[in-house]
Design a protein around this ligand. Sequence first.
Ligand SMILES: *[C@@H]1O[C@H](CO)[C@@H](O)[C@H](O)[C@H]1NC(C)=O
Ligand SMILES: *[C@@H]1O[C@H](CO)[C@@H](O)[C@H](O)[C@H]1NC(C)=O
Ligand SMILES: *[C@@H]1O[C@H](CO)[C@@H](O)[C@H](O)[C@H]1NC(C)=O
Ligand SMILES: *[C@@H]1O[C@H](CO)[C@@H](O)[C@H](O)[C@H]1NC(C)=O
Length: 337
Amino acid sequence: ATCVLKKKFSASQFWNDCKKYNVTVFQYIGELCRYLCKQPKREGEKDHQVRLAVGNGIRSDVWREFLDRFGNIKMCEFYGATEGNICFMNHTGKIGSVGRTNFFYKLFFTFDLIKYDFQKDGPVRNEQNWCSHVKKGEPGLLISRVNAKNPFFGYAGSYKHTKNKLLFDVFKKGDVYFNTGDLMVQDRENFLYFWDRIGDTFRWKGENVSTAEVADVIGMLDFIQETNVYGVAVSGYEGKAGMASIILKPNKSLDLDKVYEQVVACLPVYAYPRFLRIQEKMETTGTFKLQKFQLTEEGFNPLKISDPLYFLDNLKKSYVPLTKEFYDQIMLGETKL
Ligand SMILES: *[C@@H]1O[C@H](CO)[C@@H](O)[C@H](O)[C@H]1NC(C)=O
Ligand SMILES: *[C@@H]1O[C@H](CO)[C@@H](O)[C@H](O)[C@H]1NC(C)=O
Ligand SMILES: *[C@@H]1O[C@H](CO)[C@@H](O)[C@H](O)[C@H]1NC(C)=O
Ligand SMILES: *[C@@H]1O[C@H](CO)[C@@H](O)[C@H](O)[C@H]1NC(C)=O
C-alpha cells in the first residue's frame, strides 16, 4: 500500500492531507485523536475516505467523540510495547477496550493481572512471598510470562536495566515475568481496559487515584483544552495530593465553580484534585504523552511557580486562588486538605 509520511503532525492539516492523498487508514499514538477532536468544527468533516484507524492510547470519551465527529471509522485499538513480549488486539470496536482475551489466547500468551501495592511501589507478596491475582473488575498490574515461546530480549547496555523490568518467583519458584508497568482491568466478558501507568497512579487518604480517570472527568468541560493530572507531596500528609494542570481553549475563560461541580459530581472524594494549575502550554514526550515528572517536582509552591494556582475550598464550594498565606497555612497544617 502507499504510505504518506509527514515531517511533523499537524492537527489542523490532518484531514486535508487525508483527502489530498486519498488516505484510507491511519495510525495514531498517545493523544493524537484528542488533538484532532480539539480542532474547531468545520463543514464536511465526515467527507473523507478514511475507514480504519489503528493505534493505542485513545481514551473512551475521545473515542466516542471522534466517531461522532469524523464518521464511521473503525477504531482498532491495540496494546503493546516495542520491547514487550505481549500484545492485545481485537478489532471488535468495543469502545475503550484494548482487546479481549480467551482460552486460546492464554495458551500462547501467559499473562496475569496481579495485586499492586502503590505505597511500596511493587507487587503485593503474601507471607510465602507469592503474588496474587486480582478479581475481575479490579485493576491489577499486567505481567507476562517470559519463556521460550515469549522471550524478553531486554535492553542494550547493563543487564540491570533488563532485570528491572522482570519479576522473579511470582507464582512458583523459578518463574519469570515481564512487568509491563501498566494497570489494567478485565471485565466479566474478558475485555481488557487500560487503567493507568504505575508511576501515574498515586495514593491519597489510603485510596488509589487513577490520574487518567481524573483527567478524563475534567477534560469533559467545554472550556478545557488539556488536562494533566499528577500527585504532589505535601508535608505532613502521607501519599500525594492531586493536582490538575490545565490549558484553556483559546478565548475561553476558566470557570472555577464549574470545575468544582464537575469534580464533585463525577469523582469520589479522595480523587478530587486539591490543586489546579493553569498553564499556557504543556510539554509532551516524543510519543505525544504529557510530561509529569517535572511538574510533580515543582509541587504547588506559589512562590516558585509563576502559573496561576488554585486550591479546592470545600466551604466556598469552589476553587480559590492559592495565595502565599494559604500555602503557609497548608504547610503549617492549619488548613486541612
Ligand atoms: C485520489 O483519488 C482520485 C479519484 O479516484 C484520483 O483522481 C486522484 O488522483 C487520487 N489522488 C492521489 C494522490 O492518489
Ligand atoms: C474478538 O472479539 C470477538 C467478538 O467479541 C470474539 O468472538 C473473538 O473471539 C475475539 N478474538 C480474540 C482473538 O480474542
Ligand atoms: C489500592 O491498591 C492496593 C494494591 O492493589 C489494594 O490492595 C488496595 O485494596 C487498593 N485500595 C483500594 C481502596 O482500592
Ligand atoms: C480569539 O479572539 C481573537 C480576538 O477577538 C480573534 O482574533 C481570534 O480569532 C479568536 N480565536 C479563536 C480560536 O476563536
